[in-house]
Write a protein that binds this ligand. Sequence first.
Ligand SMILES: Nc1ncnc2c1ncn2[C@@H]1O[C@H](COP(=O)(O)OP(=O)(O)OP(=O)(O)O)[C@@H](O)[C@H]1O
Ligand SMILES: [Mg+2]
Length: 162
Amino acid sequence: MTANEFITRSAEETIAKGREIAAKLRPPVLVLLKGDLGAGKTTLTKGIISGLGAAREEEVTSPTFNLVHEFSNHIPAGSLRRAGAFPCKVYHVDLYRIESFHDLETLGLEDALSEKAIVIIEWPEHFAFRTDWPTVEIRLDHAGGDSRRIAISDSSAEARTM
Ligand SMILES: Nc1ncnc2c1ncn2[C@@H]1O[C@H](COP(=O)(O)OP(=O)(O)OP(=O)(O)O)[C@@H](O)[C@H]1O
Ligand SMILES: [Mg+2]
């Protein structure tokens, strides 16, 4: 398990960090984003998903109401968009409003991981997850003004080599 900590001083810096993180992600992987309201989980996700080549930053919005947004980094026909290095589905999930196990089952997260997707989850604390999936856990904390502390624990690299 490796832990890395960074400070960003603007939303743009957090998006840039998300792009760096994206470059290291290999499906299947669960990316757990922890941190208070407004800590920057969705902002970081804009960087991750745009870095994966699955959508533009402005297409990544909070899945607060529909709980799951689905993207893909396969090249859409007729698009100039860059293809991801590892073509896969990318799911952006927000469990802030999850209310029951039934809700969670309807999200299809198990299916998402069995099809070797990249699954990014905000508010993972709202549900207990199995832990045998390769997981990158990222904690974001307010650090005064527009500063945020971002701590990354990556157990996915070890999982890949086992
Ligand atoms: N360094 C920074 N990193 C990320 N966001 C920042 C930073 N500085 C200011 N912000 C602002 O903080 C807000 C972060 O909101 P964001 O939706 O990303 O948080 P969140 O953690 O997803 O919240 P929620 O729990 O409500 O989903 C945005 O308005 C963003 O512009
Ligand atoms: Mg959010």
